[in-house]
Design a protein around this ligand. Sequence first.
Ligand SMILES: [Zn+2]
Length: 272
Amino acid sequence: MGHGQNYLNNGEVVHARFHTDQMRSECMKVQEIGKRGFLFTFFELDNCPTNVFVINGKDHLFICDTFLGPDSMEEMKSHVRSFSEEKPFVVFNSHSHWDHIWGNCAFPSSVIISHTLCRETIMKEAESELQQYEEYKMGNVKIVLPTLTFTQSVFFPDEDVTFFHTPGHTKDSASCLDHVDNTLFVGDNIEEPIPYLFSDALGLYVHTLKEYLRIDATTVIPGHGTIPDESIITENVDYVEAFMRNDTEKYEKGKYQFLHQMNLKIQRENKK
Ligand SMILES: [Zn+2]
């Protein structure tokens, strides 16, 4: 395995690892967001670029989500050292899904924050998800639970960072707002072109998306994919409301069709 570093035209840094044994190349993209944000995007999950957002706070480095395991987090940490002095990490899990929490074990002495339900769900589901999706793990994954939970929100006054409950994608979903840059990390609550509807609490989902609109963030960072246009929140609200009204003709074709059909299936199964 070799290591390389390349700079793209727009100043983004890409660390690329080349697996000569498998003729496979993987990379981690780093983008600067605002005055103190860094967005790490990983490409190892099939067709699904996954984001880890880092806030370089006054006395702490906040890590939003931990991707697929310790190897990816070590890579992220070594890049963090290039722009920050040594500071304690504060880790945040946006929700309990496996592709956002497997790297928790790379932060053995750090506080790991999540919503109370997120910790409970990790306790119930994570070991079986680890078996089911084992082929995706990056390094020696051990399931590590959040160490600090909240039900509404938790605020770091000296850092101007808030973590708050935003049920939607799942009931245990939470978000992070960096008040300094007005950057909002939303986990999987915002997706292009339409969101997955895993939870049956769709009214709460709409409430969360409208709360995002009220915050009017400068930059919205999703758990997967590129930074979306401002209009995406409204488009996601329109879809969830249409789904609740059973008025989904627009979504039965084109780019929406596959996801919409899947949502119908998930919601039917939820009702059983
Ligand atoms: Zn998810």
